[in-house]
Design a protein around this ligand. Structure first.
Ligand code: ATP
Ligand code: MG
Length: 369
């Protein structure tokens, strides 16, 4: 899949701008606050219908303007598409693909997918489990509709059970409803574990390859899936998973009632990232952290290609700083197939760029070098 051209009208600090891109590598340079991230944000909008930075669409409209318009010329599934987004104050958002109105997320993502990487993604390595679960959930939801359905059902059950645990001190009769919730959470939980185990296995293989290449073979990355303790084999039969989840719930019944919290289930799952056998969360340097986080994103992109046959476009916001020359050269030249967009502040890093286009952004105006 390829983004051939983008047009921005009154989007963030862009008044009217059209840019044509290279099919492989596109480097976007500029000083701080010139519009580099805004350009990548427009690409995210054109693949999901919304921004990754804000929920408020009106923030995307250029100051003092009435509305914005984005257009993308895309090549995917061996065909050409043109997608449009129109957002105006107080008007309903309009999204079309080849002039046919579509639903935001599903319509746009059927022609353009993005994997976005920015400095905040270092949380994937350094922060608590929630960031890693979000990464796995959002990757899997894009690829597996059955997973997306099970996840939303599980989240609904989890919220409901949490309310029961909170209220049951005042209303002891509610405790009688718990076994029913426990069974349904174990059944949907088993579906989540089934998919996550397989996803993490693929992630581990692809991320290890990317990390090893990026670090010049110096470091070995491994990823382990951590789920509910009583689950002996997450690849096992789903009926067995249900039994093992129920067993864990039974062991934690009193603790759940006394703490009024839902303590048992795959909503606490995590992945452990290891570098040369050591926990990356505790021991990785800044450069290693960045490389490992990037390796996870590159692996998600490979898995997407394995399953759908096409690479999503890769958006790398500000990743070159903190990487040494060898790792920068890898990012610029050896990410391999698929289309890549890289923003950076310093042009002197680009002497090693072999193939692709370089653009300069200044105050919302893009020029090709
Ligand atoms: P950095 O190198 O610091 O990350 P950047 O080039 O990525 O900089 P952007 O995040 O793209 O910078 O933002 C560029 C400018 O866009 C900011 O100065 C911001 O004030 C401006 N901006 C954001 N939203 C709007 C808007 N709705 N209308 C006009 N300008 C906006
Ligand atoms: Mg930026």
């Amino acid at each position: 899949m390829r983004l051939d051209q983008i047009t921005l009208e009154n989007f963030r600090n862009y008044a009217a701008q059209q840019v044509t891109f290279h099919p492989t590598c596109n480097v976007i340079c500029g000083e701080n606050a010139q519009g580099k991230t805004n350009l990548l944000e427009a690409m995210v909008c054109l693949s999901t219908g919304k921004s990754h930075r804000t929920r408020a669409d009106r923030e995307l409209i250029r100051f003092d303007q009435e509305g914005l318009r984005l257009e993308a010329a895309i090549h995917s599934r061996n065909r050409d598409f043109v997608s449009h987004i129109d957002i105006g104050f107080g008007k309903k958002k309009k999204i079309t693909v080849n002039q046919v109105p579509v639903k935001a997320a599903s319509g746009l993502s059927s022609v353009l997918n993005t994997v976005f990487f920015c400095p905040e993604d270092l949380q994937l390595i350094k922060e608590g489990a929630a960031a890693r679960r979000r990464f796995i959930d959002s990757s899997l939801c894009q690829l597996r509709p059955r997973y997306a359905a099970a996840l939303s059902e599980y989240q609904r059950l989890h919220e409901h059970k949490t309310r029961i645990l909170r209220d049951c001190a005042d209303r002891p009769d509610l405790i009688a409803t718990l076994p029913d919730f426990n069974l349904r959470m174990a059944e949907t939980g088993a579906v989540l574990i089934h998919y996550r185990a397989r996803f993490v296995k693929m992630l581990s293989i692809f991320a290890a390859a990317a990390h090893s290449e990026c670090s010049g073979g110096r470091e070995q990355l491994a990823i382990q899936y951590k789920t509910v303790k009583t689950v002996i084999d997450p690849f096992g039969d789903q009926k067995l998973l249900v039994i093992q989840l129920l067993e864990h719930q039974r062991e934690h019944h009193y603790a759940e009632v006394s703490s009024r919290q839902c303590l048992s289930g795959p909503h606490k799952d995590d992945i452990e990232v290891l570098l040369d056998g050591l926990s990356a969360r505790s021991y990785a340097s800044q450069g290693q952290t960045r490389t490992a986080a990037l390796a996870l994103k590159l692996a998600a992109r490979e898995i997407h290609r394995e399953i759908t046959g096409e690479y999503p476009i890769l958006l790398l916001d500000d990743v070159l700083s903190e990487l040494d020359t060898r790792r920068q050269e890898y990012v610029l030249n050896r990410i391999g197939s698929g289309q890549v967009f890289i923003t950076c502040c310093e042009e002197d890093r680009l002497h090693s760029l072999l193939k692709g286009n370089v653009y300069r952004v200044k105050n919302g105006i893009v020029t090709q070098q």
